[in-house]
Design a protein around this ligand. Structure first.
Ligand code: SF4
Ligand code: SF4
Length: 183
């Protein structure tokens, strides 16, 4: 089997990962189709990360843990990696934030922690009946940096992968290769 035909479902099964478990978030710009074949789990990316958000995850492969902080898209992990895993010619990843209904604001508790933490001003609160507020994410502005995840006192914010048909074309964003907005 070549790197182009990695059976990720079978790999997950062999490692004991549940088929419905969320896919791990590997370092930005890493190519998921090659990751587990080429990563030697040396830890160079995690050691290089100034935000210390990379840690060994499933199988010892590095994963981003946004409870530890946010990604600054510095690229140090990609530069430190001795394997041909990273491709910085495009977007770092296609992650965007999503807010669950456990959000305190949705339960009429005054909280704007995620909005305050977001460096892209991608989070808005829309008033809802009864004094509640509904957090909405501007997918085009969100870079998936994860700053809002750890900021939420209710653990209501997670990151999800954008589906291809919702991704904003680079031409509309005026972005450059490697720009976090180049989703
Ligand atoms: S781009 Fe920089 S901040 Fe983000 S995971 Fe890599 S080393 Fe850490
Ligand atoms: S992931 Fe980053 S850019 Fe997106 S909403 Fe959260 S803080 Fe803002």
């Amino acid at each position: 089997m070549t790197a182009d035909t990695v059976d990720l479902g079978r790999r997950g099964f062999l490692r004991g990962r549940r088929s419905d478990a969320p896919a791990p978030i590997h370092p930005p710009w890493s190519r998921p189709e090659f990751f587990t074949d080429l990563c030697s789990r040396c830890g160079a990316c995690a050691d290089a990360c100034p935000e210390a958000i990379l840690r060994p995850g499933d199988g010892g492969f590095p994963e981003a843990d946004f409870a530890l902080g946010e990604c600054s898209f510095c690229g140090a992990c990609a530069e430190a990696c001795p394997e041909p895993i990273f491709d910085r010619s495009g977007a770092p990843w296609s992650l965007v934030a999503t807010v669950a209904d456990t959000c305190l604001a949705a339960r009429r508790v005054v909280c704007r922690s995620c909005q305050d933490a977001c460096p892209e001003s991608a989070i808005r609160f829309i008033p809802a009946p009864g004094g509640a507020a509904h957090a909405t994410i501007d997918d085009a502005a969100c870079t998936g940096c994860g700053a809002c995840v750890g900021a939420c006192p209710a653990d209501a914010v997670t990151l999800r992968r954008q589906t291809p048909n919702r991704q904003t074309p680079n031409s509309q964003l005026g972005s450059q290769p490697g720009d976090p907005h180049a989703l």
